[in-house]
Design a protein around this ligand. Sequence first.
Ligand code: KIV
Ligand code: ZN
Length: 513
Amino acid sequence: MRNIEIFDTTLRDGEQTPGVNLNIQEKIEIAKQLERLGIDVIEAGFPATSKGDLEAVKQIAKTVKHSSVTGLSRAHRSDIDAAWEALRVSREPRLHLVIATSPIHMTYKLRKTPDQVLETAVASVRYAKKFFPKVQFSAEDASRSDWAFLAKVIEAVIASGADVVNLPDTVGYATPLEYGRLFQYMLEYVPNIHKAKLSAHCHDDLGMAVANTLSAIEAGAQQVEGTINGIGERAGNASLEEIAVALKIRQDFYQAETRLNLKEIKRSSDLISKLTGLSVQANKAVVGKNAFAHESGIHQDGVLKEKSTYEIITPEMVGVSTSSIVLGKHSGRHAFKTKVEAMGFELDEAALNEAFRAFKALTDRKKNVTDDDIFTILTDRQTASPDVKKYELVSVQVQYGTNHTPTATVALISPDGQRLEDAATGAGSVEAIYNTLGRMIGGDVYLEDYQLKSIGAGRDALAEAFVRIKRDDVTSGGRATNQDVLEASARAFLDAVNRTLGRERVDQEQIQI
Ligand code: KIV
Ligand code: ZN
C-alpha cells in the first residue's frame, strides 16, 4: 500500500474565492480542524500579500503541531523573505515556491524567456534552501507547458534542492489520461526525479479535478493538493474529501492510503462552509446533504433489505452522525461542556462561559437546541476580530404592512464610538434595512449576494443570513444568525462591512502570482 500525502490549500487557494475573507481566528480554527483531520501539509496563506496574511500564517505555524505548515511565495527574494518571517517558528518550515512554465504564462504574464524562467526558478530554490529545510517547487500551468522544457526545469530545481515538485493543472484544462501521462513522462525522463516527491494540483474548470488527481496517483504522484468542499477560484480545486474517500473505498484498485481520519470529514466540511459562507450543494459527493439520502422506492427497499445494494459509503465513515442528543432548558454547564468537547471544540474557561451564556439565552427562546445550533453558537463567536474597531448594532426596527412602504429605523455605534441613528424605506423590509445601513456607513455599497437559510428544522429554528457586498470596490462576505430573519440580515450586512475595516489596501489589489 502506497502512502499518499495530503496537501490542503483551503486557506490559500480556497481563500482566493471571491467574497471569502476569513479573519485570523477563523483561519486558526480551520487550521486546527485540518490538523485533526490528519492533513500532512497545510498551506496557510501567501505571506507576501499583506501583513495580515503574514501574521495569520505565523500564528498557524505556531499553533499547529502535527501537520507541516507552508506558505506560498513567488520566485522573488522578497516573497521568500516574507514567508521565512512567517514560517520560521513552525515545526518543519516548508516553502511553496511557484513560477509559471507554460508558453502563455511566460510570454504574457511573466514576460520572460524560457531560459530566464529556468534561471529564476533555480536561483529561487537555491535562495530558499538557505532557510527552509523543505522546499516545494510548483511549475504553474504545468499541464499546458512544453513537456521537454518542463522536464529540464524539474531536473534543475531538484538538483538545486527542491524536495517536492508540483505539476498544477492551473486552469483545469487537462483530461485524466493526459494528466496521468504528464506524471509518467516526468518519472521517465527526469533523471533525478527519485530525489523529490511528485505532487498533483488540479482545478475543476471542466469538472475533472478529482478524476485528474486520481489519475496522477495511478501514474505515481506521492502527494495531492486540494481544498475541503473543493472551494477555490472559479470552479474551485479538487475536493480532498472526495479523493480521500475514493482511495479508501477503492483501495482494491488504487492500492494507496492516506493518513486522514475520515470521521473528521463532515465536521471539516461544515466548519469551512460555515466560516466561508460557501454552502455545499445538496448532491455533492461525500458531504452533500443528500449524499446518503435514498428517495426512490426501489432504492429504499433495497437499502432496507441490504445496505450495500445502494450504499457504498456509510455516513458514519465520514462522521455524519445519525443521532443527535438534543440539549434544552434544563441542560446544565456540565452537559454543555461535554457536548462542546464531543463536537471537537477546545474552549478555555472564559470562552466556555460565554458560549454557555449564549446557549442558555437560546434555550429561553427555542425548545430543543440541536448540534447544528450549538455548532452555530460556537462558530459565530469567531466572526468578531477583537483587534479591529467596528460597527455595533444597537437596534433595528422595521415597519411593514401589506399596503405600506417598509421603513427601517436603525441605531448603531460607529467604530469611533459615536451613536448613529437613521431611517429609510425600501421596496421590502430587508432592502429598507440595507438602505438605512448603507446611508449610515457611507461609501458606495452594492449588495452582490444575499442568502437566508434555517439552521435545521422547526418554526423556532435559527435563521442564518449570508451577504456579499462590494463597498468602494472591496468585496467582502458576512454572516450572522439570529432567531429573527431581519436581525440576522442586518447583522450579516454589518459583519461584511466590519470585515473590510481592518483590511489593508494591498489585499484589494491582490498580488498576482
Ligand atoms: O493552480 C495553481 O497553479 C496554483 C499554484 C500556486 C500551485 O495554485
Ligand atoms: Zn491552484
